[in-house]
Design a protein around this ligand. Structure first.
Ligand code: UD1
Length: 421
């Protein structure tokens, strides 16, 4: 397994292009299950999760070929509605095939994603919705099996107990081919949900309200294939913005606007970073001192949980104490012990991390057990004194397109070392 070696201390200066969004690409790829023919998705990031999805869809009967940021997907209508454990266990987002499969085939068997490093992450809200639409849900031998006795789902009024991102996407996909109207209330409002709705509508679906908390979907008889370029990744962009703020850098984060990043921008400004629109991107200028700031993670448009670890790293270097409260996932502080090993002073108090700023971080051997935690350790390595080795880079490769190849031209001393655990 590869690791990253980082020698900290350099300012990051220059322009970084932002890739297509992982969390938009994954659900959009599953939409190919809903219509026969040839789909083309562009600006698809070259990530491990994307390749896992390609393999999973291949098993389900959709031929998918990834080449240079483009996925061509061909569905001949012979869909096998079983998503096996060996692929689902690699990526929780595999559960996104559930809604499209039930809509298309009237049944689906999807391995339960199981426990995950950042919390229990059940799928009860997805199942509650499918059952309200006429699906019979059973849990058997580690698989969730949904069958629709009358063959086609029917529209229903469904209120989520709380906004779930993939839950909203799954039910939206299920409802597009259902009979009648579905109204989803208390939906996730993430930009990726809106993007999925845009793609489904291009395919002939009739969805209104995506991006708000109430989505209504008028079911149609069939959909047609689509050609679509995936939106930019706001979390990758946010991660580079923190890198600039932390290294006293001057970076143009290119190819993304302010809108999906408002909450992150507000916090970085509070911390003292200069942030301006420039051309088709965002310029971020870091300076000292970094000011402490309190953060509470929330569903969009609140501060994203996927940026919590990175912002915490920045707060490690602030002049004063910050409080970071994680409300979305119950176990998402795995980076804390590793940051403390690098000289940070963070104490966990229930769902809140109390971060007392220190003068410097020190390079160390670290590893993390989830994607965004790993990103925070790379950021820490960029500012730390000495050398940092970030182990288990495969977590990073799930969500960042060759992060070292984007950081190095900005001035970072970072390289991938093959073969280390
Ligand atoms: C998605 C994102 C992930 C992000 C998260 C929160 C993708 C592929 N992943 O994950 O990067 O961190 O949103 O913004 O888009 N929950 C239940 N029951 C359910 C569904 C969710 O209890 O049926 C809980 C979860 O355990 C969690 C919370 O709801 O505590 C929010 O989860 P959810 O929004 O569903 O996250 P994901 O869609 O899995």
């Amino acid at each position: 397994m590869d690791s990253l070696e980082i020698i900290g201390g350099n300012r990051l200066v220059g322009t970084v292009p932002i890739s297509g969004a992982k969390n938009a690409a994954l659900p959009i790829m599953t939409a190919a299950l809903l219509a026969d023919g040839e789909h083309v998705f562009r600006n698809v990031p070259d990530l491990r999760d994307v390749h896992t999805m390609t393999r999973l869809l291949g098993r389900l009967g959709v031929q998918a070929v990834y080449r240079d940021g483009e996925v061509q997907m061909t569905s001949f209508g012979d869909i096998q509605p079983t998503a096996p454990y060996d692929l689902v266990k690699q990526m929780r987002a595999s559960v996104l095939v559930l809604g499209p499969l039930v809509a298309r085939c009237g049944r689906a068997m999807v391995s339960l994603p199981g426990g995950c490093a950042i919390g229990a992450r059940p799928i009860d809200q997805h199942l509650k919705g499918l059952s309200a639409m006429g699906g019979r849900v059973e849990l058997r031998h580690g698989y969730v099996e949904v069958t629709v006795p009358r063959g086609r789902l029917r529209g229903a009024d469904i209120t989520f107990d709380f906004p779930t991102h993939t839950g909203t996407e799954n039910l939206m996909c299920a409802a597009v081919l259902a009979q009648g109207r579905t109204t989803l209330v208390n939906c996730a409002r993430e930009p990726e949900v809106e993007e999925l709705a845009r793609v489904l509508n291009k395919m002939g679906a009739r969805i209104e309200g995506a991006g708000t908390s109430v989505i209504s979907i008028e079911g149609v008889e069939s959909l047609h294939p689509v050609d679509h370029a995936i939106m930019p990744d706001r979390i990758e962009a946010g991660t580079f913005m923190v890198a600039s703020a932390a290294t006293e850098g001057d970076m143009l984060v290119d190819g993304i606007g302010f809108e999906p990043l408002e909450a992150v921008i507000a916090k970085l400004r509070e911390a003292g970073a200069g942030i301006e629109r420039e051309g088709g991107g965002i310029r971020v200028v870091g300076s000292r001192p970094i000011r402490p700031t309190d953060v509470i993670t929330q569903p969009h448009p609140g501060f994203p949980t996927d940026m919590q670890a990175q912002l915490m790293m920045l707060m490690c270097l602030a002049k004063g104490t910050s409080r970071i409260t994680e409300t979305v996932f119950e176990n998402r502080f795995m980076h804390v012990s590793e940051l403390n090993r690098m000289g940070a002073d963070i104490e966990i108090n229930g769902r809140t991390a109390v971060v007392r700023g220190v003068d410097k971080l020190e390079g160390a051997e670290v590893m993390a057990t989830d994607l965004r935690a790993s990103a925070s350790l790379v950021l820490a390595g960029l500012v730390a004194e000495g050398t940092t080795h970030v182990r288990r880079v495969y977590h990073l490769d799930r969500g960042y397109e060759q992060i070292e190849k984007k950081l190095a031209p900005l001035g970072a001393r970072i390289k991938r070392v093959a073969g280390n655990a």
